[in-house]
Design a protein around this ligand. Structure first.
Ligand SMILES: [Zn+2]
Length: 239
């Protein structure tokens, strides 16, 4: 496992250095021009999620905190894949995390989100960098993130510091598994707290990632909608 991890880290590092300039300047054209889409995926995004049934979580509750990693280079591919950070979810998924937040607030704690809805074309980007179904859902099948039904998140304390969950976000290894038994009682308590609160409102965990929860495993339609970004937040110009 150690050799595998080192190999993956090396491959990821090499890819990051080779592709960083191209990805930062031409993101919108990348999935269509350089990735072979299967026939059933439309070339142009057609679904406007914000018209109904979707909610921008940041506008729903001001106490949520966000660290949308794919809108930064601080992620496992080392590339900024979103032009600006947004946490968009199906409205019933958003309502469920608000319930969790209400309970955490009473404890002086808060949720912090690493990822929410993810356009399907970004899934192709991730799959290119990590073609391992244990960690990245194959894009032709589509991730629950591509359906607006999944969140990657953790818990922070009153100072904004993350509770110790044993590994960072997007750590690919057994230490991130729910089934790993080598963590301290504090880590186990923190993970159990997040898991019990999320599952109480209908979320399902997956075995390999302590941070990932899907709402009732509902198969909402896949989407490749790209959200608008204010000019002040946009990392590259509109084409
Ligand atoms: Zn996830």
């Amino acid at each position: 496992m150690r050799c595998l991890l080192l190999t993956l880290m090396f491959i990821s590092s090499c890819l990051s250095q080779e592709t960083r300039p191209r990805d930062l300047t031409n993101l919108k054209t990348l999935p269509i021009k350089q990735i072979d889409f299967p026939e059933n995926v439309p070339e142009q995004p057609t679904l406007p999620p914000l018209d109904s049934g979707w909610i921008d979580l940041g506008q729903l509750d001001s106490t949520f905190r966000f660290d949308i990693r794919y809108a930064t280079t601080n992620n496992f591919v080392g590339l900024q894949l979103y032009p600006c950070p947004r946490c968009i979810l199906r409205s019933e998924v958003a309502a469920a995390v608000v319930e969790v937040q209400t309970k955490l607030r009473d404890m002086g704690l808060s949720l912090k989100f690493y990822d929410c809805y993810r356009p399907q074309s970004i899934q192709y980007e991730l799959w290119q960098k990590m073609p391992d179904a244990r960690y990245v859902t194959p894009p032709d099948r589509g991730s629950m993130h591509n359906r607006g039904g999944a969140v990657d998140l953790t818990i922070i304390d009153e100072h904004g510091d993350e509770l110790d969950m044993g590994t960072p976000y997007d750590f690919f290894g057994q230490e991130a598994y729910h089934t790993f038994t080598g963590h301290s009682p504090t880590v186990q308590y923190n993970r159990d707290l997040l898991k019990s609160l999320m599952e109480a409102v209908g979320f399902k965990h997956i075995r390999t990632e302590w941070w990932h929860y899907s709402y009732q495993n509902t198969m909402y339609p896949l989407s490749d909608y790209h959200w608008p970004c204010p000019d002040s937040q946009r990392a590259w110009p509109v084409e």
